[in-house]
Design a protein around this ligand. Sequence first.
Ligand code: 5AD
Ligand code: SF4
Length: 425
Amino acid sequence: MIYSIYAINYNSMKYYLVTFGCQMNKYTSGKVESLLNKLGYTITTQEKEADLILVNTCSVRDSAEERAIGRIRTLAGLKRQNPNLKIGVIGCMAVRLRNSLFELIPRIDFSLGPNETENLPALIEKGSDPLPAIFSGLKEFVAISTGCDNFCSYCIVPFVRGNLVVRQKEAILSEIKELAESGTKEITLLGQDVTSFRLNGTGFPELLSDVARISGIERIRFLTSHPKGVDDQLIDVVAENPKLCPHFHLPLQSGSDRVLRDMNRGYTFDYYFGLINKIRKAIPSSAITTDIIVGFPKEARSDFEATLKAIEMVRPDSSFCFAYSARPGTPAERLPEIDQKEKSERLKRMIELTKKIAGEKNSLLIDTRQDVLIEAKNPKDPKALMGRTITNKVCLFEGGEGLIGKTVPVHITSSSAYTLKGRLG
Ligand code: 5AD
Ligand code: SF4
């Protein structure tokens, strides 16, 4: 009966979800999706047909907030055609801006901070189940902690996500077992600083060993590692266990000791350089990636030159470079900012250098064989597949769709700063 099909469509509430920001936000959005699906909502990619729109926001830089505000304003315009539409803002901006968010964009219906997502069902008037963990993707994220106690002087995270709260080990392990049983092969353990995980005598290295014992999980990654928290035990555990991917994301932020001190990072460049040399000696195939902030308050030309030199020495496999953005309420906000034009020029130079080095590092892999876990068809070429090496580098090659989910050897034939290309075998 055609009529009933219409009736089903009419009754099924649709939601549209936009996610800005870090991997932690993507993880929360995944939780929100399974929660809404369980409540009978269906996801839509068409914002115009949504009954509920959620925007998961990021406050880490001013530009991220501006992008989100622009998007929310546009989406709020849909209320003209659909007065029943509800719009919720979730994530860090909901905490940082609190009530002023509603003054800024009056058409918002509700907001929820990153630690309050379990209140979503109550807000959309549907009861209040706890957050379920039901995924079955090939690769999934699992949070091991929320918040951060490091208080780097530029960072808004401890203010919006709160102090470090470590998840119970049993909860983490059972979530991963459940994922493994439903077909997940790769897990990324997530925390603002995974190295600060500590619970009744269990540190992060022990947690990694426990996760590696879960059968079905082939690859384990972890993000983000604070350089001051990486010790010999962590390096040894990764070196000894083939399931633990030899990739360390170690934000350097600056190569100038004076700036590092002002940033409250807790290490010098010499310490950082010693650390990555130790990692590379213990695990020669490892990848080191990093984050850099240019134009921190009072950053002199010589400080910036020190960071360029540091990057030449470290030679990261890839780098995320950011222009410093003053965040209200952080200690660095009170420091004098440098000239904006100078800041953009420094950013441009830093991006050029890190891109050049990433290209050179990738070209070293030409003519090697890499184990690639195939994730999907290459979105730009339906005949080709897309996967990642153990060091998390994207690799493209020709092959049949049936291989998706398998780990295969790939002979690398060419490379760029962002990708490797190769052929099976
Ligand atoms: N301005 C610019 N970049 C920042 N980051 C964090 N806070 C700021 C800020 N206020 C960068 C750091 C961090 C990454 C996630 O974002 O490099 O490692
Ligand atoms: Fe922010 Fe520093 Fe914590 Fe990272 S370690 S989330 S930069 S305070």
